[in-house]
Structures are given as structure tokens and as C-alpha cells.
Write a protein that binds this ligand. Structure first.
Ligand SMILES: NC(=O)c1ccc[n+]([C@@H]2O[C@H](COP(=O)([O-])OP(=O)(O)OC[C@H]3O[C@@H](n4cnc5c(N)ncnc54)[C@H](O)[C@@H]3O)[C@@H](O)[C@H]2O)c1
Length: 350
């Protein structure tokens, strides 16, 4: 007779803290063992944020997708090592999703994990990247290929960061909020995005909706996979356009492609298609793609789609289903029709 033991799945706690610049500064100053990985741009825009801290405790990074790499992770590890960072040191990542992803990744592997605080400063980082614990670096052209699940202890929300965000960054962030509104079937959130415009209240509604899903599925094997709605296609687009397209716009395009595929695979009828399309089209996709790059999708699209870490020989897509609309994780055999849909949708932006 064999014995077996069951352990509770990994659970996590993240404290969401609304704050302002003064309070945040005081809170940080109260910590003795802290090191900052901060987006250079954010540091320049907020010179007083880290005043009072020794320069060597402040590691500025130039936020581009290129720094989400093993090579840069190693640079940070070397800096941590030289600074004497240990497991009880707080690594505090400050910036957009690029900075929070790499800071969290290094915090999760250095000495098998340091403490981690995050201060997201873009809509995407506030609503998505800084919560739920996914850390990542890109690898050999594949987005977020290497990473860990390592939720931050505390995530700080300061609306003042939104004031310096360029219009494009605010606009492209709305697509992540829109995605959440479908997954949580939060029609109210969906409506508020169009009527009230961007606000911290809206972002925090989305944060709570995302955490509700992640809390029971930290490792992304169940319902959490629905959060990848629009992302398989979004990652393909980002990869083909060498990350020159903002992440939210890639997700926005990905949502439209997912909608088309949902109808193609008869998961939704025409009526549902039109209802979802109406919701999607309320946020304009102000992105212009160069047609030459588009031709690369014909050559490389299949390979990239199948190389996505969620796919093996089949395509695993997150699609719309039914009237509600519900979201399903759908496994299908690869079909050239998917590629045709992608090319048709991207062609509209050329
Ligand atoms: N880990 C996750 O669950 C998760 C989820 C969604 C996205 N992501 C990742 O997030 C990244 C995209 O995030 P992003 O859009 O925030 O990109 P980003 O970090 O590049 O920030 C966008 C731009 O805004 C600038 N910026 C940041 N804060 C600013 C501020 N307050 N004022 C003015 N400018 C500011 C940055 O310097 C950058 O130029 C992608 O790499 C994506 O893969 C991760």
C-alpha cells in the first residue's frame, strides 16, 4: 500500500497600498535595508523620490525590452552582490512593466529570493505587470520565455505617476484594462473605461479583478490562463515588430484577432461577435504598422506562434465563447487560417 501526502498549493499575499509622493518617500526612508531598481526616466522625472538614499543603493535602468534579458539580469546580480544584498534586503522595483519584470526576476532568483516591493509607474505596470507575481526576461527573440512566479509583498499606487505619462502610454494601457473587463465579465469596468477615462479608481478595480483570479492559480495552470486573452497574438506582433510597438497596442490587436478566431472556430455567433467588436472598437487603435514588416509574419508567423511557451504541436489560444462572453482556453490544430486572420487584422493598421 502506498502513502501519499497532500500539501496546500502555494498561496501568496500582496498588500496594495494607495499613497502619494510625500507619504511614499517617508515610507521608503523608514527602511534601512533597501535597494532600488528604477527606470532612469522615472528617476529624472521624480528627483526627490529617492532623496536621502546613498547613490549606490539606486540602480537606474534604461527601460527597453533589450534589458529584459539574462545579460542584464546578470549585471543586476553583480551589483546586488557588490552591495551585499541579502535575503532580508528589500528590492524595490520602480517603473513600468519592463523595470518591474526584470527587478522582480532578479529579486526572485538572487539568494533564492529577496524581499520585493514594487512601485509601478505606468498603467500597464499598475494594472497588470506589478501584480500576480509573474517575473520575466525575454530569450532568443521569445517574449517572457524565462521567468518565475514571485509576488511582491507590497505594491504602491501613487496617482501622481500618471501625470507625467505620455498620452500613448495612457492610451495603450487601456487595452489591458479592457482585457480584464472581459475576463472578469465586468461590464461596469468596461463601460467606465469609455465614460470616465483613466483614473486610479479604474486601475484599482482592475487590480482587484486580476488578483481575484491569480490568488487561486499563482502558477497559471488553471483559470489564470484566461488572462492571456490577446497575448499569444500580442507577443507574436511584438516579436515581429521587434518590440517597437507598445505592449498595450499589441494586446489590443491581439484581442481583435482572438475575436476573429473565436468566430472562425464557431465559439461565438455573429451577434456576440458584433457585441464584443463594439466594446473593442471604443478604444481606437492608433498604431501604424509598416507593411514590409507585415510580410515577415507570412514567413515566420507559424514558427513564432508554435514557439510561444503556451503551445506545443497545437495552438493553445484564449478565445471568447458564448454570449456572456465567457473566455476559454482552447486547444486547436495549427491552421493557416489563423495566420490569414492575423495578417488581415494587422493589414488594417498599415
Ligand atoms: N509580469 C506581468 O504579469 C506583465 C503583465 C503585463 C505586461 N508585462 C510586461 O510589461 C512590459 C510593458 O510595460 P510598460 O508598457 O509599462 O513598458 P515600459 O516599462 O517600457 O514603460 C513605458 C515607457 O514609459 C516610461 N515611463 C514609465 N513610467 C513613467 C512615468 N510615470 N512618466 C513618464 N514616463 C514613464 C518608460 O521609461 C518607458 O519609456 C512588457 O515587457 C510586458 O511584457 C508584464
Amino acid at each position: 500500500m502506498s502513502n501519499s501526502f497532500m500539501f496546500k498549493p502555494l498561496c501568496f499575499q500582496t498588500e496594495i497600498i494607495e499613497t502619494d509622493s510625500k507619504e511614499l518617500h517617508n515610507l521608503l526612508l523608514g527602511e534601512k535595508e533597501i535597494v532600488f531598481v528604477i527606470d532612469k526616466k522615472v528617476l529624472n522625472l521624480n528627483p526627490s523620490l529617492l532623496s536621502g538614499f546613498a547613490d549606490q543603493r539606486i540602480i537606474p535602468v534604461h527601460a527597453t525590452e533589450e534589458i529584459k534579458s539574462f545579460a542584464h539580469a546578470q549585471t543586476l546580480i553583480t551589483q546586488f552582490h557588490q552591495l551585499g544584498v541579502n535575503r532580508s534586503t528589500i528590492v524595490c522595483g520602480i517603473g513600468g512593466g519592463i523595470t518591474t519584470d526584470i527587478a522582480s526576476f532578479v529579486a526572485s532568483i538572487y539568494k533564492r529570493g529577496t524581499r520585493l516591493w514594487l512601485i509601478p509607474t505606468t498603467v500597464i505596470a499598475m494594472a497588470d505587470a506589478a501584480i500576480g507575481g509573474k517575473t520575466a526576461v525575454n530569450f532568443e527573440g521569445t517574449k517572457n520565455e524565462i521567468g518565475t512566479f514571485y509576488p511582491a509583498e507590497k505594491v504602491f499606487y501613487n496617482p501622481e505617476f500618471l501625470q507625467t505619462l505620455p498620452y500613448t502610454e495612457k492610451h495603450n494601457g487601456l487595452f489591458e484594462l479592457l482585457k480584464i473587463s472581459f475576463i472578469d465579465d465586468n461590464v461596469k469596468l468596461g463601460r467606465q473605461i469609455f465614460t470616465d477615462g483613466l483614473s486610479m479608481k479604474l486601475i484599482l478595480t482592475s487590480v482587484h479583478a486580476k488578483l481575484k483570479i491569480c490568488i487561486n492559480d499563482l502558477s497559471d495552470r488553471g483559470d489564470r490562463r484566461k488572462l492571456n486573452l490577446g497575448h499569444t497574438f500580442g507577443h507574436l506582433i511584438e516579436s515581429i515588430y521587434k518590440y517597437k510597438i507598445p505592449h498595450g497596442f499589441a494586446v489590443g490587436l491581439g484581442l481583435r484577432i482572438a475575436l476573429r478566431c473565436s468566430r472562425e472556430y464557431e465559439l461565438i455567433n455573429d451577434e456576440t461577435f458584433t457585441a464584443i467588436e463594439k466594446r473593442l472598437s471604443q478604444i481606437p487603435l492608433t498604431v501604424f504598422l509598416d507593411p514590409e514588416t507585415l510580410s515577415k509574419i507570412k514567413e515566420q508567423g507559424k514558427e513564432i506562434l508554435l514557439a510561444d511557451k503556451k503551445n506545443t504541436d497545437k495552438l493553445t489560444l484564449v478565445l471568447f465563447k458564448g454570449l456572456k462572453p465567457d473566455i476559454v482556453v482552447h486547444s486547436i490544430d495549427y491552421s493557416d487560417r489563423v495566420l490569414e486572420i492575423i495578417i488581415e487584422e494587422l493589414g488594417k493598421q498599415c
